[in-house]
Design a protein around this ligand. Structure first.
Ligand code: SF4
Ligand code: SF4
Ligand code: SF4
Length: 166
């Protein structure tokens, strides 16, 4: 994980390059935003429960997923810790986020880099034989965020399908 002080800079770089950093990414299992704000007591038990320390106390004291902190294993510990039904089991409230590779990807500009592929637990990122450019299969992507955290130029962003927006 990079030092906390570098995180706003990475987010700003991503924004300037057209990969808007995902905002309001609630913990796994979060109900629709309006209902979440109604139900969440800001107890932050989910933040304390995450063994990967992926969740942070953000605006208003509500929890958010910080993409720079690495890979979510979807262990469900955050959901189990939530007593107010702001977070529901994943089969009921599937994780909607998927990774998208942006134009500033080093490999698209002739620089050898396969860091995202190397960390992807779902083998969703492949470099086709004979090419040095990545291709991301969103049907295989779990939205774990491992590739987002590891990309040295913040070229990967998280995106939600239109149907999944609150
Ligand atoms: S455990 Fe539930 S109620 Fe507490 S901060 Fe997390 S989402 Fe909100
Ligand atoms: S599912 Fe597990 S690893 Fe992912 S945010 Fe929740 S507690 Fe952390
Ligand atoms: S977010 Fe998707 S593409 Fe990126 S490492 Fe996780 S599964 Fe692979």
């Amino acid at each position: 994980m990079p030092p906390a002080a570098t995180q706003p800079n990475r987010a700003r770089r991503a924004l300037l390059r057209g990969n808007a950093p995902a905002s309001l990414v609630r913990p796994p299992g979060a109900v629709a935003e309006a209902l979440f704000l109604d139900r969440c007591t800001r107890c932050n038990d989910c933040i304390a429960a995450c063994p990967e320390q992926l969740l942070v106390r953000a605006d208003g004291g509500f929890p958010e997923r910080d993409w720079q902190r690495g890979e979510c294993t979807f262990c469900g510990d955050c959901i189990a810790a939530c007593k107010s039904e702001a977070l529901l089991p994943l089969p009921q409230q599937p994780w909607p986020w998927r990774a998208v590779i942006g134009e500033n990807c080093l490999a698209l500009h002739g620089v050898t880099c396969q860091s995202c592929r190397d960390v992807c637990p779902e083998n969703a990122i492949r470099f086709r034989p004979g090419t040095a450019t990545p291709s991301l299969d969103s049907t295989c992507c779990s939205g774990c965020g491992a590739c987002i955290a590891v990309c040295p130029v913040a070229a990967i962003a998280a995106s939600k399908p239109v149907s999944a927006h609150d």
